[in-house]
Design a binder for this molecule. Structure first.
Ligand SMILES: [Zn+2]
Ligand SMILES: [Zn+2]
Length: 253
């Protein structure tokens, strides 16, 4: 069994996340680090100890009305360490990381706000150079700014999402495919009800789709039409068969 890079305890495959550098991390460990970060940030913002969740702040501090300067310095150091641990995890998260906006700002600071294709200076989007599902990371050197026109010319016809065409036997899914394709184009999440063969209940899933793909099966149709994407529930990249979906819709933001 692989070990969690944060707590060094074994991961259990169900709720862990496989990072793109080969390491594993518990979903719960990421949440714990994020909560600790939020709490320290809020203490630093108010300069007053928080009464909630004070397990993360030494109790001597939590009992005072105002935090002494030395303790504030200490919390700042702790916060910097936490952030660097989280950044390393986010670097290799198999999805768009929570600090994407911060990465975008950093990228623009370093490289300017210019399309890498045509040099245009407005309406540019931050994208992965090597897509995540092909092993790309969220590190700055794998990111690129591109305008919508260059994106269409360079990637959309094939590279990013592959040459996906609907087989005649799969045309019953054409409406779902159109919805998913539009979510892919607009970088939107989809939601649907999903039932695994082994499961009794339908579960609501929210997924940021990354691509459509056909997976070979042993049945007559020969292939199962699937969407791969980052699942909010599992906090990991998962593959979903369209035939096991119901009530699919794009989430407008
Ligand atoms: Zn852990
Ligand atoms: Zn361009």
């Amino acid at each position: 069994m692989p070990y969690c890079t944060v707590c060094k305890i074994e991961t259990d495959y169900e709720y862990d996340i496989a990072l793109s550098n080969g390491e594993y991390v518990h979903y719960s460990c990421i949440i714990m680090l994020q909560m600790r970060q939020q709490e320290i940030e809020s203490v630093l913002r108010t300069q007053k100890p928080q009464l909630i969740l004070s397990i993360f702040v030494p109790t001597e501090i939590a009992q005072q009305d105002v935090i002494p300067k030395a303790d504030i310095e200490d919390l700042r150091t702790k916060l910097a360490k936490l952030k660097s641990v989280l950044t390393k995890i986010y670097d290799h998260l198999p999805s768009w990381p929570p600090d994407w906006d911060e990465r975008k700002r950093q990228f623009i600071r370093q490289n300017g706000l210019v399309c890498s294709g045509c040099g245009k200076e407005q309406d540019v989007y931050l994208l992965h150079d090597i897509p995540i599902f092909e092993g790309g990371t969220n590190e700055l050197d794998n990111l690129t700014l591109i305008c919508a026109e260059c994106y269409r010319d360079t990637y959309h016809e094939g590279d990013i999402f592959g040459d996906f065409t609907l087989k005649p036997s799969q045309s019953e899914f054409s409406e779902q495919v159109a919805e998913i394709q539009s979510a892919l184009d607009n970088h939107q999440k989809i939601q649907f009800k999903y039932k695994k063969p082994s499961a009794k209940r339908w579960m609501r899933r929210v997924v940021l789709p990354e691509r459509l793909l056909n997976i070979p099966n042993n049945r007559e149709s020969g292939e199962t039409l699937c969407v791969e994407g980052f699942c909010d529930l599992r906090q990991a990249t998962r593959v979903f068969a369209l035939e096991r979906m119901q009530a699919l819709e794009v989430i407008e933001d």
